[in-house]
Design a protein around this ligand. Sequence first.
Ligand code: NDP
Length: 314
Amino acid sequence: MAAALGTLVFYSEFDDFETWKKALQAQLPTLQVVHATAVERPEDVHYAMAWKPPAGFFQRMPNLRLIINLGAGVDALVARDDLPPGIPITRITDPQMGRMMAGYVLFAVLRHARDIPHFEQAQRRGEWAYRHPRAHADITVAVLGLGQLGAMAATEVQRQGFRTLGWSRSPRRIEGVACRSGMDTLDEVLDQADIVVLMLPLTPETRGLFDRARLQRLKRGAAFVNVARGTLVDQAALTELLESGHIDSATLDVFEREPLPAGDPLWRMPKVLITPHLASVAIPESSALQIAANIQRVAAGQEPEHRIDAMRGY
Ligand code: NDP
């Protein structure tokens, strides 16, 4: 019989505990999976899988070996001041999650490329407002952030025949995508883009990267898509540039404040599509494969994969 793996504690207000427990135990039958509210012996907990747990959460468990961020974005986790030192942190990097995100990004890119906001407005006026479609090859899409999610999205975009630019911190190679790296190349990428897609993690370097000056650099009539984090962008400046028409339209899944407050002017903008932070979510059945492999690695005294670098911020 396989040796017992010990206990994993689960905390999330957004994800269903029983579904995750079933998915994890299907991979690791000897792993005890316990909800944070039901932990009797915190000293027996070796693994914590959590999304935005309360302050002091990890400090209750003196024998933790692994922290699993229940999501792809780790900004909320690495910003905490109560992380136990030296415990590896991993995040969800599931191909199914990448596919869901790539689907959303492709939808958003096509929405702008095919002038759907224009037709939606015309329909509301009862108007047959013909606008000749542009060829995909004549539209440049810039995908900023080429990580687990961004690389997959950029690949899908280029497969549709768009001229696709990619941007990251270190050099990347993606077939069909013209990749640039480093801060000194960002403006050159933006200057060419008809559609800008933000897929960067929120870090001290990227917070506020899209300030007023940078947003003003976007081509007149460009479209803006943000599926990363709201605080990468000066939202007031984005709103003004949308109002003035400098930025034509936007698809926004993330905001400076979430939920987006009821009176926010973005709600009323006819060419802005707002979705409530769900471009992609962790899927228990497929994510459990990656989580289980990491738990087995740690139990065997090895380094987990996809470890995040808290200093770098992602
Ligand atoms: P990764 O950590 O795998 O990749 C991050 C990418 O951004 C890498 O290409 C990295 O460069 C690049 N990057 C980081 N910092 C900089 C910088 N200063 N300058 C230029 N490039 C930079 O992230 P994922 O692809 O997994 O996810 C991206 C983000 O998407 C997450 O951090 C999260 O915030 C967001 N997200 C949103 C969801 C939603 O539902 N809206 C769901 C899931 C995630 P390099 O390649 O050199 O490391």
